[in-house]
Design a protein. Structure first.
Lengths: 276, 256
């Protein structure tokens, strides 16, 4: 019995006990049961004639629609356009959110000067800006990217500011004891200290970026996954709508995973509840 | 020689935390400052470290005016204050950045070895016990070879067993380089185990009520009758400072 336990638990280099291979594979698989079960049930009920599946197409129809769209290159083209918009808007929002958030977190004067205005602006539902943005920046890329950037800006701004404000004074004092210069204090104490909260705010910002790209593409676009949605609605092609939604889900999850994976090496020190 | 010259500290809210504190600590000396909570002993240590500046008076180390943290002054806080994103070795070497890599690695390895944690060099702070974490903090403070080490109740958060162990350990480390050591505590036994002199503080405002020598040979036996006798003596002195009306008694009424 003891031998079995020992052999099934390989001890990692850092002394962290690795889970047995089977459990590592099975645990994530648990999450698949519900969606796969629903898909199979719906497919069966359409095949058995219990439903026409016209408005809610079964998985096989969605898959073939995806395959058709992909075969003509349509899906890739629309996905690429949407991806570019999200990337540009996310990049802008992150740059400004990080810079201004760091400033208002670090300096009390900047906080009193800027934060009330930004909090006021935050109270406006971002979609409300759409008509104004179209007047200001036209109906093409600029207005879309700025709307996405605005959506990304606020969670990043709030996350960075809150993280800087909550850096432990006692840890900062360690930096003072070792006489760190301003830049060294930022690099060696503040940056690593805000890292966990920053990653969370980036992921929240990215989620809003995907949300706002749809809004932006609804407001008039001839390309993009959002266009596929409105096009599918106008032409009565529910399978195309679902295909676009599935693509959104995949791209959203993938981009989120990339951020999480890129940040993971910097967060290995965390003493978190979720470390199980 | 570390000199506190009529150091006073008034906080912005008007609280008078320290009044005219003068102390001289010679090289190789081990001074313990003892007093109840809120008597200003931490304020005093922070002023001596340069983390805070006194409202009046000066802190001098070998003639240099100390107004901000200095490379020759190491500090150990009540909490280990390790940086959670650095492994033990990187934490210990935190104050050595800018030095050649080989020298840094060698000094870090030596310091970790000396606090008995050679096998923990690669682990994260979260994996350490409280006593181990404080050992790492000691190694981090000593690795830069300071000529003064200031300790602010460094063992008060530890259990009695670990505390006694770390006190002995600190004495061993002190014996190697003999830096000036100033330790603040509210624990009489700790004061008597460590101190070559003990300064007794009185509160409101914080001031030195007296300084006594500890005439006990090292290593000190915590259970010996002589130790007990000294304990009673310090207790008595602390007691008399507690019951005295503030402002009425002369300041240095028992200098030995």
């Amino acid at each position: 019995m003891i031998l079995m336990t020992l052999s099934s638990q390989a001890v990692g280099a850092q002394g962290e006990v690795r889970k047995p291979a089977l459990a590592r594979f099975l645990r994530p698989a648990l999450g698949l049961i519900v969606p796969v079960g629903i898909a199979v049930a719906w497919e069966l009920s359409v095949r058995l004639g219990l439903s026409s599946g016209r408005l809610v197409p079964p998985p096989s129809v969605i898959l073939s629609t995806c395959a058709d769209l992909a075969a003509t290159g349509e899906l890739q083209r629309h996905a690429a356009v949407t991806l570019m918009r999200v990337a540009a808007g996310f990049g802008l929002g992150v740059v400004f959110g990080t810079l201004i958030g760091a400033m208002t977190g670090y300096s009390g004067l900047m906080h009193r000067l800027i934060d009330p205005t930004l909090q006021g602006l935050r109270a406006i539902p971002s979609i409300a800006w759409v008509p104004l943005f179209i007047l200001w920046f036209g109906i093409f890329e600029a207005s879309k990217i700025i709307l996405i950037a605005l959506g990304v800006f606020f969670p990043v701004y709030l996350g960075v500011m809150g993280a800087v404000l909550s850096v432990d004074r006692k840890i900062v004092e360690v930096g003072r004891v070792f006489r760190l210069s301003g830049p060294a204090m930022v690099r060696r104490i503040l940056l690593p200290a805000v890292m966990p909260a920053y990653v969370i705010s980036l992921r929240a910002g990215l989620g809003l970026g995907w949300m706002f790209v749809v809004a932006a593409e609804f407001m008039g676009a001839s390309e993009g996954l959002g266009f596929l949605l409105t096009d599918g609605q106008q032409l009565g092609k529910p399978a195309q709508i679902v295909a676009a939604i599935v693509t959104f889900a995949l791209l959203g999850k993938l981009s989120d995973w990339i951020i999480a994976a890129a940040a993971a090496p910097f967060l290995r020190w965390e003493d978190a509840f979720a470390r199980r | 020689m570390l000199i506190l010259d009529e150091v006073s500290k008034t906080y912005p809210n008007g609280v008078r935390a320290l009044e005219d504190v003068s102390l001289q600590v010679a090289a190789g000396e081990l001074l313990v400052i003892i007093g109840g909570s809120g008597c200003g002993k931490s304020t005093l240590l922070r002023a001596a470290s340069g983390l805070d500046t006194p409202t009046e008076g000066r802190v001098l180390l070998d003639g240099m005016l100390i107004r901000e943290p200095h490379e020759r002054i190491g500090i150990l806080f009540q909490e280990p204050r390790l940086l959670p994103w650095l492994r033990v070795a990187a934490n210990v070497g935190f104050g050595l950045e800018g030095r050649p890599k080989a020298e840094r690695a060698q000094r870090v390895a030596f310091a970790i070895e000396r606090v008995g944690l050679a096998d923990k060099a690669g682990v994260w702070p979260r994996e350490l016990s409280g006593g181990q974490a404080q050992r790492v903090a000691i190694a981090r403070a000593l690795v830069t070879r300071p000529s003064v080490l200031l300790l602010d109740e460094p063992f008060s958060a530890l259990d009695a067993f670990t505390r006694a162990e770390l006190q002995d350990h600190l004495l061993d480390l002190w014996d190697e380089a003999r830096p000036i050591l100033v330790l603040v505590t509210h624990d009489i036994e700790e004061a008597l185990v460590l101190g070559s002199r003990i300064a007794i503080m009185r509160s409101h405002p914080g001031r030195i009520a007296g300084v006594i020598n500890v005439p006990l040979p090292r290593p000190r036996d915590r259970l010996s009758p002589a130790f007990e006798e000294q304990k009673r003596r310090v207790l008595k002195l602390l007691d008399s400072t507690l019951h005295r009306q503030p402002g009425k008694a002369p300041l240095h009424d028992f200098q030995i």
